[in-house]
Design a protein around this ligand. Sequence first.
Ligand code: GCO
Length: 450
Amino acid sequence: MANNTLFPQGFVWGAATAAYQIEGAWNLDGKGESIWDAFSHTPGKVANGDTADVSCDHYHRFAEDIALMRQMGLKAYRFSISWPRVLPTGRGPVNWVGLDFYDRLVDTLLVAGIEPYITLYHWDLPQVFQDIGGWENREVASYFADYASVLVNRLGDRVRFWITLNEPWVVAFLGYRTGEHAPGITDEKRALQVAHNLLVAHGLAAQALRTHMPGAQVGIALNLWPTESVSNASEDIAAAELAWQKDCGWFLSPLLKASYPSDVWEKYGELVPDVAPGDLALISQRLDFLGINYYSRTVMSAQGTVSPVAGSQYTEMGWEVQAPALRRLLVRLKKDYQAIPLYITENGCAFKDEMSQDGQVHDQKRIDFLQQHLSQARLAIGDGVDLRGFFVWSLMDNFEWAHGFNKRFGLVYVDYPTQKRIVKDSGKWYAQVIKQNGVMSNCKPAISGV
Ligand code: GCO
């Protein structure tokens, strides 16, 4: 294998999941209701009426799932914690049974030689908070820091990596602008306030984590996608740049430059959020790493989004497959923002996976997808980007939010009626990548059938 396909020594190979998407046990052992429980139980909100009440039943099957991770040779596992499982009323008394679940999960990972990366918030806000305004209510940001303290006090002796929020863009804009996600509100002004309050919550939680665990590695995971101009015409380029600042710069700039992008701020006019004195200093405190969730790009002209892009392949989500844009994104981050270690905290794809006659899942398209993205990630490292790790979204098929169980992203196939897991060809391929610390064009499965 040529050296330039090898990754740096110690590169972190992982996979990611989120609590609501896999755990099930939505009302067991004292867990409180989350906004996603409430949302998925509301008719018409999720495709096919699906809910994640049971989902992959990971709450009961986590040991089996960790055994699969070990078989694939994962070095790290990124998962999220369900806030209402630990604090059923959001604050106040701890549900020890719920916290114990995460304690056992962490211990079982460590025994398997897998490093836990914890995400504190992957969208399942305690419903009791929604009743007092949810993320629009700034007090919730303080409660989030208290929740972070509970977790770091219990798990900080074993967990080094902490991700405060997953994709605040999605929380704010799909939750409050399009209403496609919980809590299903459609109001742009409120969405922008939520986006700001989330960043405040990030800042407060980062402080809390460091207070209780001085060595904590604290980061945030943003969904970032390059917005690229359809042509070299200056009006197309300007439209693409504005869109980038509006979606990605809106989070990157406060975090890494202590300010909101001024052009976008002006365009928003009276929609802009209330920002209290000191907020931007709080938000822009040191980050130990930035997590990037990369799935696709957008192509723009002065008239708007260009889609489909002629000649491009699309996933089941309707997202363009565009690995070279990942490299361009990483290089741009290095150029435009302060130097900071980066992780790809999510990358992956949904395709129509089926179990074949032979009982296996031959997902060659996913292998091709991951191979292309890893190759581009490796090229970015060659460009001087400080990329430390890569987490496939997702470890296993799961509840894909408003799409329900219709979209399969996993390295592991889940047969929901029986809860049987089958490592897909892509999972076997990934095991080989990990073993060799790099992508080879002829990677053979490192493990055979499960
Ligand atoms: C995301 C989400 C995941 C999704 C994945 C595919 O962070 O967007 O973390 O929950 O399932 O992105 O849409």
